[in-house]
Design a protein around this ligand. Structure first.
Ligand code: CUA
Length: 327
């Protein structure tokens, strides 16, 4: 999170009950900084102008015996410069602060964690969120401290995804994609609103975002119902495709970065250390969880371990088995 020199100014606002929502995303501090600065500059000049107005009304009020002074046309260059330069400096400071905050929410964050990419569809009058594993839901699910990338689309008119706790608002425009980049920094459930008037039920076009405390909690939610009623082979096929296994392990016997999975079931394979092993449930399971344990001869030891859930492991085993034992 960026340093916030105006934090004390913001703190006064945040301490006012109901004035500022919780700060739950990586871009929120930057937005609060701009808000606090503009708020207090405005408050200062409001107080100053009201005070001077009251002072002049009292001091120069009409009094018996007092005569109207002659107006004296005057020009003071120093005064002119002063009230040009000070507002210019203030407005320029607002410009720099808000531009920096804006760029932060329109470009991917420099982070080692892979972003959680969610497709968002706005339609009259509801939101729909498609998560990376193929699970769609009427609510948005994210992981705390994992960067999120939202890709917004609309099927009809312009909507606007608004999460006050994230300090984020982005239009969903028909005919094009728009994007949001941020990292949720607080686990919990926050309201999602539509912030662009879109017809009769615009005010009811609400949803919620659930920020999971960790990836495991997100995964548990993500798998709920996804494979309900699916056979193990179907589960395995989905995992094999979605986890990208197929990029290195071909289904047609061709050689890629790793050995093909076609027709290997039940056969012996030669390992890099000279031993040989039979392709069965245990070998497949071990090779997914600890790929370096038994490396097939002639292939590089480059596969990253894949921490699959038990059912996904069973699925892969069933799927590979279903591919047969004839090369
Ligand atoms: Cu959708 Cu307002």
């Amino acid at each position: 999170m960026t340093r916030l020199p105006l934090e004390p100014l913001h703190a006064v606002l945040a301490a006012t009950p109901g004035f500022m929502p919780a700060r739950a995303s990586s871009v929120a501090a930057g937005v609060d900084q701009v808000f606090a600065f503009i708020f207090w500059v405005s408050a200062f000049f409001l107080a100053l102008i009201v005070a001077i107005t009251v002072l002049f009304v009292v001091r120069y009020r009409r009094r018996p015996g007092r005569t109207e002074p002659e107006p004296t046309p005057d020009h003071d260059t120093r005064l002119e410069l002063l009230w040009t330069v000070i507002p210019l400096a203030l407005v320029f400071a607002m410009f720099v602060m808000s531009t920096r905050a804006y760029f932060r929410m329109t470009s991917p964050e420099a982070s080692t964690a892979s972003p959680l990419k969610v497709s968002v569809t706005g339609k009259r009058w509801s939101w729909w969120f498609d998560h990376p594993n193929g699970k769609g839901a009427p609510e948005l699910h994210l992981v705390k401290d994992r960067p999120a990338e939202l890709v917004l689309a609309s099927t009809d008119v312009i909507h606007s995804l608004y999460v006050p706790e994230f300090r984020l608002k982005q239009d969903a425009v028909p005919g094009r994609f728009t994007r949001m980049f941020f990292t949720p920094t607080m686990a919990g459930t926050f309201p999602v609103l539509c912030a662009e008037y879109c017809g009769t039920d615009h005010s009811r076009m609400a949803a919620q975002v659930v920020v999971h405390p960790d990836q495991a909690s997100f995964d548990a939610w993500a798998r709920e119902g996804v494979d309900a009623g699916a056979s193990l082979v179907e589960v395995g096929k989905r995992v094999f495709t979605q986890r990208g296994c197929v990029a290195c392990h071909s289904l047609d016997g061709s050689r890629r970065v790793g050995p093909t999975v076609k027709g290997i079931w039940g056969h012996d394979v030669k390992l890099a250390d000279g031993a040989s092993v039979k392709v069965d449930d245990d070998y497949v399971r071990e090779s997914i969880l600890r790929p370096a344990a038994k490396v097939v001869a002639g292939f590089p030891n480059v596969m990253p371990p894949a921490a699959l859930e038990e059912r996904d492991l069973q699925g892969i085993v069933a799927y590979l088995q279903s591919l047969g034992d004839t090369p």
